[in-house]
Design a binder for this molecule. Structure first.
Ligand SMILES: Nc1ncnc2c1ncn2[C@@H]1O[C@H](COP(=O)(O)OP(=O)(O)OP(=O)(O)O)[C@@H](O)[C@H]1O
Ligand code: SF4
Ligand SMILES: [Mg+2]
Length: 318
């Protein structure tokens, strides 16, 4: 399809660990990203979200698989070609302070990517920084501040201003709002949506919070222990059929339920990624588990248009 701008194909990342073993952080992940959409990737801590994003950002090579972007497998890029690729994919982190030099003023922080790519004259830095601050709804005179003189929400707006400075096609967000108060989270999401409408930016938004992701993602992918379990259009999320997604949904929407209504809680612990169960990775916590689930790993298959599930017995929600 012509509107696909990135294809992640069979991406696997294994880390060597003690005792000659390997930890599989991402296992054969496949998905497409369409121009101008938001793909939300959710899952509990340790399920492989950041590992996936690092591969997309070319910060870490995968063990196998490809990421096709602008006609090339970006996992194979090196040297200047790899550096130039960063012009088109930018990232927003959970904690922007860690990415900012505390001794630099906001003006220089925001324009640093433009300076690095030699895309701005020194004399234009101040006006460009003011223009970018306005785009993220901050006062232009914040150019003279330092990062520590701002609130967490304001710092995240600066991080977004810096990310859009190069006019990238894709912005990858790793828990970009997770450290913020709920009310501030909401304003940052509204800003991201506004910028997407104005500039056609594509977001890959990684987060552990399904409720938040469901607010604005066009498509949602659910990960568990390095595996993609379900991928579904955002507006169809309530029709999700994987037992894990259903359990997450119950937790998300439990506040809407009557007080005395039974809320299903996932039994069991997440297994160690170094001691994965045979068959389905979710089987020790799944209320639907049957004999086949221990024998065969369920394939990630399309059960209806644009709806993929890795489960032998998807829940019938009709
Ligand atoms: N460099 C590494 N060496 C060994 N194991 C690693 C390395 N980086 C990540 N892992 C492991 O890979 C798995 C996935 O980690 P990852 O950071 O991608 O998870 P995550 O979904 O981003 O978690 P969180 O929500 O806590 O940020 C974890 O079990 C983690 O311990
Ligand atoms: S394959 Fe089996 S264990 Fe895994 S989610 Fe489906 S029903 Fe549950
Ligand atoms: Mg992470």
């Amino acid at each position: 399809m012509s509107d696909i701008i990135m294809s992640v194909e069979n991406l696997t990342k294994k880390f060597p660990v003690d005792g000659g073993k390997f930890l599989t952080a991402c296992d054969n992940i496949t998905f497409n990203v369409r121009k101008g959409e938001t793909v939300g990737i959710v899952g509990e801590s340790g399920c492989g979200k950041t590992t996936l994003l690092k591969a997309i950002m070319n910060m870490q090579s995968p063990t196998s698989g490809k990421i096709m972007f602008r006609g090339k497998d970006i996992t194979k890029l090196t040297g200047e070609e790899k550096r130039q690729n960063y012009r088109h994919i930018q990232m927003v982190f959970q904690d922007p302070t860690a990415a900012f030099n505390p001794k630099m003023k906001i003006r220089d922080i925001i324009c640093e990517p433009l300076i690095n790519f030699d895309l701005i004259d020194r004399s234009d830095i101040d006006s460009k920084a003011r223009e970018l601050l306005t785009q993220v709804d901050l006062p232009p005179d914040f150019v003279d501040r330092y990062p520590h003189n701002m609130s967490g929400g304001q710092r995240q707006r600066v991080a977004i201003a810096r990310a859009i400075a190069l006019e990238p096609e894709v912005i990858a967000c790793d828990e970009a709002t997770s450290a913020l108060d709920v009310s501030v989270q909401d304003t940052i999401i509204k800003l991201l949506v506004k910028l997407q409408r104005e500039k056609g930016i594509t977001y890959i938004f990684i987060c552990h919070d399904l409720a938040l992701v469901s607010m604005f993602s066009h498509r949602i992918a659910v990960m568990y222990l390095g595996n993609m379990m379900e991928k579904i259009d955002g507006d169809k999320l309530k029709s999700a059929r994987h037992p894990y997604t259903r359990a997450l949904l119950k937790a998300v929407f439990s506040t809407e339920q009557a007080k005395n209504q039974y809320i299903e809680i996932l039994p069991g612990e997440i297994p160690s990624p170094l001691d994965m169960p045979s068959g389905c990775p979710f089987r020790n916590r799944c209320l639907n588990c049957q004999e086949l689930c221990a024998k065969e790993k369920p394939p990630f298959r399309e059960i209806e248009a644009n709806h993929f599930v890795a489960c032998h017995y998807p829940i019938d929600i009709a």
